[in-house]
Design a protein around this ligand. Sequence first.
Ligand SMILES: C[S@@+](CC[C@H](N)C(=O)[O-])C[C@H]1O[C@@H](n2cnc3c(N)ncnc32)[C@H](O)[C@@H]1O
Length: 238
Amino acid sequence: MKSVSGLAYRSSETPDLRTYEAVAHEYYDEWLHPTCADFRSASSIYLQRFFEELRPDGRVADIGCGRSLIANFRTLDLVLVDQSPRMLEQNASSLEKRCVDVESQSFGIAEFDWVFAVLGDPYNSMGTWNNICRALKPMGECVFIVPSSDWAKAFRRSALEERANFARFLTSTGEAIFLRSLIVESEVQKRMIADANLTHIATDHVRVGDLPVVRSTKISAFLSPDQNLLDIYRAKKG
Ligand SMILES: C[S@@+](CC[C@H](N)C(=O)[O-])C[C@H]1O[C@@H](n2cnc3c(N)ncnc32)[C@H](O)[C@@H]1O
């Protein structure tokens, strides 16, 4: 482990310009990136309901945390995990942070009661799911939020400049940056969860019509209000 600006990181995670490190400074600008803003609003709507109804207790990890939404709901016993130092820096300095690539490295061993992945499509691979299983305590739970497969199918197949399994960011300098985005059909996702020795306990959704306003034409032009905007997979260890 090394330390930069008070953040612990491992030497193999030197910032790579094709990670979110490249867009971290503007990712949360809703005018530049309205699609990200809409997915974030939808995630927030889901988490608001989730925290009110289930009141998750114990030690919590927010993986791929970016500017953590989970920290809006609880900061006690919360660990923020991200591979991007610039993303981690956007959180309160008092919070515990780990700079880890969750696909290839462990972020904890039987440490967490809850693991949240909010918009986890960039790292939705078996490597990550195995590390989630490793990090959970027995009976611990994971909540994994991704843009819906309905949206991915409708949008990414429609536009010539889009690519399957990538999100295209048009940056403030006019550069198009492709970042990994792994969104799979429900049956494939459930198979991945089972292959990681976790039990799928529910799939929830947020629909387009649940948003008070849709800013992004990449969403409104492709999905109707009754279609799923987010798929949320809940899994348990044991
Ligand atoms: C789509 S953003 C979502 C950020 C945040 N959860 C939110 O809802 O605003 C994905 C985040 O995952 C992080 N990330 C991508 N691949 C990762 C990996 N392999 N390990 C850890 N973090 C990763 C990125 O740096 C970025 O902060």
